[in-house]
Design a protein around this ligand. Sequence first.
Ligand SMILES: [Zn+2]
Ligand SMILES: [Zn+2]
Length: 234
Amino acid sequence: MEQIYTIPVGEAFDEVGAKSECGCPFCVLYRRLQNDELDIILGASMMEPDIRMKTNEQGFCLSHYNMMLRRKRMLGMGLMLESHLVEVEKKIDGPTLLGSKAQASVGALERLNGDCYVCSRIEKNLTAMISTAVYLYESDFDFRERFAKAPYFCLPHYKRMIEYASKKMSKRIFKEFYELCHGIEKKYVTELRGDVSWFCKKFDYRYDEEPWYNSKDSVQRSIKFLSGELGLDD
Ligand SMILES: [Zn+2]
Ligand SMILES: [Zn+2]
């Protein structure tokens, strides 16, 4: 088990347990990983040959290009793009092997369009963090209490966590784990539905005098719940 993730995973659960508006613990970890990766990529290691080779090959997705633009390290971005575009030009040309160049180029470009250096780095670490949470739940009683305080899991992370746990945990512990997670998720979605319904009612003049209760940001919270905060910069 990768011990290096034990502390950050525990801290993310403590953070959302203490402050429910922080939301999904894995989204907290995602944002942290994303910030670290962007700092690294625009910092000194941008010029490191092994990282450079990967960024040349993979490029970045639009939301990560936008986050990099907001950090205003324009020379760094220019240098990175200068060598990335060399690789892109090769993909436009298609490989020199026999067969249809157009077809080969389409294949290479399809892979490139779906790729992002930052996304793939985050993904690798986040997968290990989800495994760590599942492992800690199984092996550490103290962590179970911290885990149980999570306000909710966003749907993409909930699905991944349950899927992983169902394969890795013993049947008996998984049953208990699933009941807990399902209970957390069910409670949150029920509240959220109530808040969204109230939000819609508030547009009816007959409800003008009524308070908003917890519904004012229910549309934003629904999106956060449904999709995670994966695309948001902080
Ligand atoms: Zn999440
Ligand atoms: Zn990306």
